[in-house]
Design a protein around this ligand. Structure first.
Ligand code: ASP
Length: 592
């Protein structure tokens, strides 16, 4: 092998007449009964090379053996392609290399799928041969883009005075609402490390340590029930700041995300900085969900007062019981068939609604099964409230506020997707603030943190911690983008007494709090500064730029949606000796 002089995709008309040495993979080899054409590919692109048996008999002999994905070194002279044979689809399409020498650096079996952008292959096969999948240009583009995002983040955070600090992977449990992955410890029999669900406690301790501005491109591990777009491990941009209010976090994050979009995507920000903020209550009222896609409207409308006055019994009963009657206007669906409306009802039932009322706004006026119970004036008042246009189909739910929000929020998101309401070239960021500190867990009969137990309550609401915990607001915020929760964070508790109070509210006994979080409580006694922070999902951020649905597309070696790695076949059993060393005995219950 000699020293490569140029990458395949970088050969241009400026090189005509020059001798080049190229290294790469055979994209395609064609023997035209005499001339052999080899398209050679490396990470920069593809160049056509030609071996003439007269001019280079030795190279021709070697070239005859070349097959797809063989690794070759090709030496030759760059020349202009004969007129008419240029390839405008190729960046190197005006030139070709007249080969003088070829060396086969390695052979290759026929790959299980083509190394090309458009392939129709089961994802399991792609993951089994991920090293071949990653050879495909579109996968290389994704990972190069991911690299650019991380590089931009690092440079940006550095320019704002943040210092990157690595925190350990073998640590004690940090709750973020999931199960821990545990690692048995050989040296201390019967004990376990937990893989961090996030660096939460460590970054707070770095604030106690006086670093003031920390960030990390951090790996997090959460053992959750598999879901299509979940991964057992994922990457966060994690940060923490001292002596700040939530506004300071917003400012840094608005600037960073605007820069990512402006520099690394061809998209435009729907809302300029500062990104809009919504209170949790407000966003639930208007969109029924705490991560609305703001690229389109279709907000919920509230007709409880009008509905209460109608003769429609369901509406009356719900309104009298303190429930709500709300709806959304689905644009252009007034002509929905019976079957389509039934599907919409089934959708509503799946998410807890007992029924769904529809009103089709047609040229001839509103059409609905409840028309006979609703006076004309009431109907037109409802249409006005809904800002309904001819052609709309109103979908109305009457139920408790929580059910109404859940059903309509999901319907808005689902129909928004089906109707293609979002402009793919737009990115709409917003902040959701003023979340409740805790939520009631019915199954466990206890209050639990809405975010995590280190979130600070609003000073004004601390008084309700004992008497009415549900009304305590938290200094807690989510960043939402295009219908995804991109990140969340909070101003933290930095006083031992308040932290203890919150642990107690969540039903941790003093002993338990001490055993799990004693180090935090103690650290707060050594001059912990007021601090707060945030973390965003890096994988998701990259998919905002690539328009991929799944974060697996932007991870080099992801697991399947069920947490399996078909390439290495992890997780897998281990030899008994290894278990013995770890003092672990395994008993697997037979599945029924
Ligand atoms: N640790 C939190 C999370 O992973 C983020 C934060 O509060 O900074 O969601």
């Amino acid at each position: 092998m000699q020293k490569r002089t140029v990458h395949c995709g970088e050969v241009s008309v400026a090189d005509i007449g020059k001798q080049v040495i190229l290294d790469g993979w055979v994209q395609r080899a064609r023997d035209h009964g005499g001339l052999i054409f080899i398209d050679l590919r490396d990470r920069t692109g593809v160049i056509q090379t030609v071996i003439d048996p007269q001019a280079a008999p030795k190279a021709h002999k070697v070239g005859e053996a070349a097959r797809s994905e063989f690794v070759l070194e090709i030496i030759g002279e760059v020349r202009r392609r004969p007129a008419g044979s240029e390839n405008p689809n190729l960046s190197t399409g005006d030139v070709e290399v007249a080969v003088t020498d070829v060396e086969i650096l390695n052979t290759a079996k026929t790959p299980p799928f083509a190394i090309a952008d458009d392939i129709q292959v089961d994802e399991n096969v792609r993951l089994t041969y991920r090293y071949l999948d990653l050879r495909r240009p579109e996968m290389q583009r994704r990972l190069f883009l991911r690299h650019r995002v991380v590089k931009l983040i690092r440079d940006f955070m550095d320019s704002r005075g943040f210092v990157e600090v690595e925190t350990p992977i073998l640590i004690k449990s940090t709750p973020e609402g999931a199960r821990d992955y545990l690692v048995p410890c050989r040296i201390y029999p019967g004990t376990f490390y937990a893989l961090p669900q996030s660096p939460q406690q460590l970054k707070q301790l770095l604030m106690v340590a006086g670093f003031e501005r920390y960030f990390q491109i951090a790996r997090c591990f959460r053992d959750e029930d598999p879901r299509a777009d979940r991964q057992p491990e994922f990457t966060q941009l994690d940060l923490e700041m001292s002596f700040i209010k939530q506004e300071d976090v917003f400012e840094v994050m608005d600037d960073l995300h605007a820069e990512i979009i402006e520099k690394l995507s061809g998209k435009r920000l729907k809302f300029p900085k500062p990104f809009p903020r919504f209170s949790y209550n407000d966003v639930m009222e208007r969109f029924g969900i705490d991560k609305p896609d703001l690229r389109y409207g279709m907000e919920l409308f509230d007709v409880t007062d009008i509905a209460a006055a109608t003769e429609f019994q369901v509406f009356k009963t719900v309104a009298e019981a303190g429930g709500r009657v709300k709806g959304i206007a689905l644009p252009g669906l007034a002509g929905y068939s019976r079957k389509e409306i039934d599907d919409l009802m089934a959708f509503a039932r799946t998410f807890g609604a007992k029924g769904l009322v529809t009103v089709a706004v047609t040229e001839e006026g509103p059409k609905s099964s409840i028309s006979k119970f609703v006076a004309e004036g009431q109907m037109s008042a409802m249409l006005e409230r809904a800002q309904a246009k001819t052609g709309d189909l109103l979908a109305i739910v009457a139920d408790t506020p929580a059910v109404v929000a859940n059903v309509l929020g999901r319907m808005r998101a689902d129909m928004g997707k089906k109707l293609g309401l979002a402009d793919k070239n737009e990115v709409a960021f917003c902040w959701i603030v003023d979340f409740p500190l805790v939520e009631w867990k019915d199954e466990e009969q206890r209050w639990d943190a809405m975010h995590h137990p280190f979130t600070s309550p609003h000073e004004d609401d601390v008084q309700y911690l004992d008497t009415d915990p549900g009304r305590v607001r938290a200094w807690c915020y989510d960043m939402v983008c295009n219908g995804f929760e991109l990140g969340s964070g909070s101003v933290r508790i930095h006083r031992r007494d308040i932290q203890q109070k919150v642990f107690k509210l969540m039903n941790y006994s003093d002993e338990e709090a001490q055993a799990r979080f004693g180090h935090m409580l103690e650290a707060f006694e050594y001059g912990a500064p007021p601090h707060g922070g945030f973390a965003t999902g890096l994988d998701r951020t990259v998919t905002l730029l690539t328009d991929d649905e799944s974060i697996r597309e932007v991870m080099a070696f992801p697991k399947t949606a069920t947490g399996y790695d078909p390439m290495t076949k992890a997780p897998s059993p281990v030899p008994p000796e290894q278990l013995e060393e770890l003092h672990v005995r395994v008993e697997v219950e037979e599945e029924e």
